[in-house]
Ligand binder design. Structure first.
Ligand code: XMP
Length: 502
């Protein structure tokens, strides 16, 4: 299978480039060293200035090692020129947003395009002087080198972003690059699944696999892959009591409908609530939940038997993010993924989805007949409702929040808003305020509604839900959920807020 390697210079679009290339039928992955298994390399955009010492650089002697086509995008476009002895510096004007670029259509990179194309720009620095052998093949009214090529060496650069939808014909440029790189378009998810199932069988053989399923899309699809791989796999689902009202039922149904045997669901609500009693610190909550989860998982696994492998629902972005902690990345919250490796068990890992993006995981879920509603569910954090009850967790507070969650989700779904949102949920602020209902004074808790739009959860905008919807949520939550007399709407984006409250 032909592959494209993508170098990440810290741009938010790096993963998007990989996904676009995969959508075009060629496998793409993010790499840090060039090797000869790739038919071409793409250098991503990024926030730095190429001429600063601290900005990300290409691996040493990159162009000596590489003899396949290279395409630089934005920062990558400038990086190539800086590395090969040209000049990059601050431009005459910032270019940000949609711009018209004039293209030289004799370039193979622009085959099939018009001379004037709309393109998405986001830069201040620009290429001032091209090294020998290079020629400009695109410009805008303020930028003379909006694109270049060196046909002898098959090196190309574009200052704009062909990977984003705001460059309507950007995908043609990526497609042309794949042609220049002579890539066969053989990557197809269906075929990949077949191959992966065989690989899993080969990896595991007749050994036993244990896997914790959390009810999330990734772990469920990974479990279904293991179940379909015709191996000896066992699954444990721990109901922590911190799940929403429908989670446990849904997971049980999915496994039963698919006829997956060796599925054990254990209810451990009491144990979690006891351990979380009087705990108010968010990180402490996460730690306790993670530890008990592993204890319970280990206890039950030991009862079932001896295992050699641990199944996990890791997906590609998880792997890349943990492999390359950038010096700017901050651990804001310790994300506990249910199913984390129990250290004592010293198991080998089998991770069916480790090379896939979320949308690919969803497509596999669909291929494997998981319910559509389940596949399209918003992300739900491993520690569950524990981090949506600010402070102390009690059974009473959990029950209130579960009811409020059902009401909010239903209104959002009925009004066709669910799929436009990254997440929407209520959280409980366990502080009482005074209200009046039916001429009687009330003194009850507060619910806050969080609805955000996002592409990857790294940043998020608070959603401008229509007032009528907010009104309906407020009315129904207060009428249907005993213990609440006030509903607030959260108008904080991320940053500065996080999506969850703890
Ligand atoms: P924040 O709150 O950090 O959340 O803006 C970003 C995304 O991550 C999810 N999240 C978690 N997921 N364990 C998880 O598995 C966690 O502890 C956790 N905390 C936050 C959150 O729902 C959002 O999608």
């Amino acid at each position: 299978m032909d592959k494209i390697g993508i170098f990440d210079f810290g741009g938010q679009y790096c993963h998007l480039i990989a996904r676009r290339i995969r959508d075009l039928g060629v496998y793409a992955e993010i790499i840090y060293e060039p090797t000869n298994e790739y038919k071409g390399f793409i250098l991503s955009g990024g926030p730095g200035d190429v001429y600063r010492e601290k900005s990300p650089k290409l691996p040493d002697n990159f162009f000596d090692k590489v003899n396949v086509p290279v395409l630089g995008i934005c920062y990558g476009h400038q990086m190539i020129i800086q590395t090969l002895g040209g000049d990059v510096n601050i431009g005459k004007e910032r270019e940000y947003g949609r711009k018209m670029v004039t293209l030289n259509l004799s370039s193979p990179l622009f085959e099939g395009l018009a001379e004037q194309e709309r393109a998405w720009m986001s830069h201040f620095d620009e290429v001032k002087r091209l090294p020998e052998g290079f020629e400009a093949i695109g410009n805008t009214d303020v930028c003379d080198v909006a694109a270049y090529q060196n046909l002898d060496k098959n090196i190309f650069g574009v200052q704009f972003h062909p990977e984003v939808v705001h460059t309507p014909n950007g995908v043609v440029i990526l497609e042309n690059f794949l042609k220049i790189a002579n890539c066969k378009r053989e990557w197809k998810l269906e075929r990949w699944v077949e191959k992966r199932l065989k690989e899993i069988k080969q990896q595991v053989g007749d050994k036993k696999v244990i896997m914790g399923v959390s009810g999330g899309v990734d772990s469920t699809v990974a479990a279904v892959m293991l179940a379909k791989a015709d191996i000896n796999a066992h699954f444990i689902y721990v109901d922590t009591g911190l799940m929403r009202s429908y989670d446990t039922k849904e997971v049980k149904e999915i496994f039963s409908n698919l006829g997956i045997k060796n599925f054990l669901a254990v209810n451990e609500e009491k144990r979690f609530l006891e351990a979380l009693k009087d705990i108010t610190d968010p990180e402490k909550k996460r730690e306790i939940i993670g530890n008990i989860f592993i204890e319970i998982f280990e206890d039950n696994a030991t009862k079932i038997g001896e295992f050699d492998f641990l199944g996990q629902g890791t997906i590609y972005p998880d792997r890349i993010e943990s492999a390359q902690p950038s010096e700017h990345a901050n651990v804001i919250k310790s994300h506990h993924n249910v199913g984390g490796l129990p250290k004592k068990m010293a198991l080998k890992l089998v991770e069916p989805l480790e090379d896939l993006y979320k949308d690919e995981v969803r497509r596999i879920g669909k291929m494997m007949n998981l319910p559509e509603k389940f596949i399209n569910r918003h992300p739900f954090p491993g520690p569950g409702l524990a981090i949506r009850i600010l402070g102390d967790i009690t059974k009473e507070r959990l029950d209130i929040l579960k009811k409020a969650d059902t009401v909010v989700t239903q209104i959002i779904e009925e009004n066709g808003l669910y799929d436009n949102l990254w997440q929407v949920f209520p959280a409980l602020i366990p502080i009482k305020s005074v209200g009046v209902m039916g001429d009687k004074r009330t003194y009850e808790y507060i619910i806050t509604i969080r609805a955000v739009e996002s592409l990857d959860a790294m940043t998020a905008d608070w959603s401008k839900l229509p007032y009528e919807i907010l009104e309906e949520i407020s009315n129904q939550v207060i009428n249907k959920v005993h213990g609440i007399n006030r509903v607030l709407y959260d108008i904080t984006s991320k940053p500065p807020g996080t999506i969850e409250y703890e």
